[in-house]
Design a protein around this ligand. Structure first.
Ligand SMILES: *Cc1c(COP(=O)(O)O)cnc(C)c1O
Length: 436
């Protein structure tokens, strides 16, 4: 993808599986090798070959303020000279937990973890302990980190690479996991009738992000809420992406549905590794040392990560964040619709606020099965043309793109210019509309 990136990639592949530390980064789904990044500022990333890109991956949704936001960088500079890790409590952790509880009315107590994966694993363990039941229900294409039990019909890299199942995970572990289609309340009713008494929790990304963006249909989340109550199961909203992204109080605020347990990550750490899970006091108090459910972490609540997270939440809370993100999201969406219409390219644009996916299918995309109808060859071509045009999208048809507060009107215009050229080429090569 660039001379120096290619050299760095060859070196990386010699010492790291696939040359990367997380699978989707490798660009395998879109051909070629990954870009190696040496710097990020605002809406842009610069690669090893000194090319600058408008970034819509934004570290997979982490960077709601854009790269290296000055307020966050300042907070980190102040924190870094005071020490990097203590393995003892700090006042800032309480401050962050208070901020999370204030943002999410369903959350009274919070436990910080280093990664979203750990937050989810712990929330599931807690739900099982709390209900005394074993079964966990998820949706097809939902991604909840790489813990053993939820790598069933998973999204993100598992979906992108079409991985068959879960080598290395004993069948006994995944037998306790059931998966049903998203946006399908009938499937959930049937499951409740058959297994209801054994279900500890239903875990779902309230807006799917890891099969590409898929919004909930009206009443879907409310129906989940009431069916979970009927089953006596806990409803876990995995808001690792949507928390502080759709609204300050996440999808729970936007859709007015409360979860029993909530997992957060990505934006919460302001660019550093930090995540959390939380819920009502009586549930959370079962976590050690208050209760018997064990869960721990050397790096949990790391002072630098907490400083970055607190600084990020402060900026997000004080700005007209969600109005601005919605405006920019609308501008991108309507521009793309116009261009796709002009070249008669079948493009389903799924967008909720600042998260979006351009699915190369006539759509609609409402679950994993309809997402998988997308033409990944067309996406790959589009992705690479956009890259040549200076726009970095997440390198898979089945991932969400993210707009940040750093994306300017000019960035959006440049993006749409690049998209116009890219979709025109796609239309010509795949023989749509004017090129039929
Ligand atoms: C990213 C993600 C996770 C996993 O978080 P990590 O920090 O990568 O372990 C879990 N759930 C959802 C919805 C995610 O998007």
């Amino acid at each position: 993808m660039g001379k120096i990136s290619d050299e760095l990639y060859a070196k990386a592949c010699a010492v790291m599986p696939g040359g990367v530390n997380s699978p989707v980064r490798a660009f395998k789904a879109v051909g070629g090798g990954p870009l190696f990044i040496k710097q990020g500022q605002g809406s842009r990333m610069v690669d090893a070959d000194d090319r600058s890109f408008i970034d819509y991956c934004m570290s997979w949704g982490v960077l709601i303020l854009g790269h290296a936001h000055p307020f966050v960088v300042e907070a980190l500079k102040k924190a870094v000279v005071k020490g990097l890790s203590y393995g003892a409590p700090t006042a800032a952790e309480t401050e962050l937990a208070e901020a999370v509880a204030a943002a999410f009315p369903s959350v009274e107590k919070v436990r910080l973890t280093p990664s979203g994966t750990e937050a989810v694993m712990s929330a599931v363990r807690l739900a099982r302990a709390h209900t005394g039941r074993d079964l966990v229900v998820k949706v097809d294409g939902g991604y909840h980190g790489h813990g053993d039990q939820l790598l069933v019909q998973s999204g993100s890299g598992v979906l992108t690479f079409g991985l068959p199942g879960t080598p290395g995970i004993p069948a006994g572990v995944t037998q306790q996991t059931l998966s049903i289609p998203y946006n399908d309340t009938q499937a959930l009713r049937e499951l409740a009738a058959r297994h209801g008494e054994g279900v500890a929790a239903f875990i779902v990304e309230p807006v799917m992000g890891n099969a590409g963006v898929i919004p909930p249909e009206p009443e879907y989340l409310a129906t989940l809420r009431s069916l979970c109550d009927q089953m006596g199961a806990l409803l876990i909203f995995d808001e690792v992406i949507t928390g502080f992204r759709l609204a300050y109080g996440g999808a729970q605020e936007s859709y007015g549905v409360r979860a029993d347990l909530t997992t957060l990550g990505k934006i919460l750490g302001g660019g550093l590794p930090l995540a959390a899970y939380g819920g009502r006091r009586e549930i959370m108090d079962q976590i050690a040392p208050e209760g018997p459910v064990y869960q721990a972490g050397t790096h949990a609540g790391n002072p630098l990560a907490v400083a970055a997270g607190l600084a990020t939440l402060k900026v997000v809370k004080n700005a007209q964040t969600y109005e601005q993100l919605e405006e920019r999201g609308q501008a991108l969406e309507s521009g793309m619709r116009e261009i796709a219409g002009r070249y008669e390219v079948p493009l389903q644009i799924n967008r909720v606020g600042s998260m979006f996916t351009f699915f190369f299918t006539a759509g609609p995309v409402r679950d994993l099965a309809s997402a998988q109808k997308a033409n990944t060859k067309m996406f790959t071509r589009f992705f690479n043309l956009m890259l040549e045009g200076g726009v970095y999208l997440p390198p898979s048809q089945f991932e969400a793109g993210f707009i940040s507060l750093a994306h300017s009107t000019k960035d959006l215009e440049d993006t749409l210019d690049a998209a116009d050229r890219a979709l025109k080429t796609v239309a010509r090569e795949f023989e749509f509309g004017p090129y039929r």
